[in-house]
Ligand binder design. Structure first.
Ligand code: SF4
Ligand SMILES: [Zn+2]
Length: 334
């Protein structure tokens, strides 16, 4: 992922951006993810830091105005290679639909800038549930025209204890399902972020949790007739988070890439899944991994899956470290 550079020639840059392969409604494409630097997440500010794994506050720019936010997208659209980009994920350090974080006119202008891009077939943005209204979603539909518009929400886990006690998401399943009903009424697609291995879950439980979460989201989306995509996010350890404290005292082990592969193999038939490999520029010892022999191959095969949705090559992967991983997982050592 590209570096986080606050100020270049007087213009604020996005907190992060990343170009990666994706599959759009059956066809391979390229996704540009941009995380706009905002004043930060209001939920985190009002709830003792917010979610226990989220390090977005590290990148916030308190006091940044609407122009500062617009400048970041203008910079991205001018400076990044957009040829071949089919999808833009326009993220923020909090909720795109919270008008205390992004004022309504700025939101409309950001969407209008994306609407001016010819080749983009899918656009997504993300928000906590409490800011979602029919009017805001209909407005985004209107501005973005014929493109697929996807609404992203961090559910993280379908399990209430994992989501609200461990991750401290502050999101009920009822509220999540109300959002899905709103999408059905307004004609947007659903993008749900799910974590692989939040704190306090061992490897086996983490796999089971991710699989059950995909199953739940697929069922809710089907019940409402909404097209859904699940972004599975292997947890990484961001600075200044509860997770970092647990990690530094030796009580958290990063998810093994073999678990990520297993989650893909066990869920790909349930719906449209995607593995987010964002890492906020963290060093390798804070992000998912396997062993030096297979690490790069597994990452590139996972990215290939994101592009093609084909699991055949993932099934064939092997490495000497895999047997040890399976033994450790079986015994609960990891
Ligand atoms: S994960 Fe989202 S809701 Fe939670 S603290 Fe971070 S930005 Fe806020
Ligand atoms: Zn290996």
């Amino acid at each position: 992922m590209a570096k986080s550079n606050p100020l270049i020639q007087g213009r604020t840059r996005p907190a992060f951006h990343r170009l990666s392969p994706v599959n759009i409604n059956g066809a391979p494409g390229q996704r540009l993810m941009i995380v706009l630097r905002t004043q930060g997440c209001e939920y985190a500010a009002k709830n003792d830091g917010g979610c226990t794994v989220c390090g977005f506050a590290n990148h916030a720019a308190p006091g940044i105005g609407g122009q500062g936010i617009l400048d970041q997208l203008a910079w991205a659209l001018e400076e990044l290679p957009l040829t071949g980009v089919d999808e833009i994920d326009l993220l923020t350090l909090g909720s795109f639909l919270n008008e205390n974080e992004i004022a309504a006119p700025v939101r409309a202008e950001l969407l209008g800038m994306i609407a001016g891009l010819g080749g983009v077939r899918r656009v997504s943005f993300e928000s906590r549930s409490e800011y979602v209204t029919d009017a805001k979603l209909l407005q985004s539909r209107r501005i973005l025209g014929e493109r697929t518009v996807e609404f992203g929400i961090g559910l993280e886990s379908a399990d209430d204890h994992v989501r609200n006690r461990i991750i401290r998401k502050g999101l009920s399943r009822d509220a999540f399902e109300r959002v899905v009903a709103t999408l059905a009424r307004t004609g947007l697609d659903l993008l749900v972020y799910l974590l692989i291995k939040p704190p306090h879950l061992d490897e086996a439980r983490a796999i089971a949790d991710a699989v059950a979460s995909v199953e739940y989201v697929a069922a809710v989306a089907a019940r409402h007739g909404v097209r859904a995509r699940m972004a599975l996010e292997p947890v990484f350890v961001a600075p200044n988070t509860y997770l970092e404290r647990v990690f530094l005292r030796g009580d958290y082990r990063l998810v093994n890439l073999w678990s990520v592969v297993e989650v893909i193999l066990r869920t790909h038939q349930m719906g449209n899944i995607f593995v987010g490999l964002s890492d906020e520029d963290l060093s390798r010892n804070r992000t998912t991994g396997s062993c030096p022999l297979c690490q790069e191959r597994l990452v590139s095969e996972i990215e290939r899956f994101n592009h093609t949705l084909d699991v055949d090559r993932l099934r064939e992967l092997d490495c000497p470290c895999r047997a040890t991983y399976l033994e450790d997982r079986e015994s609960g050592r990891i």
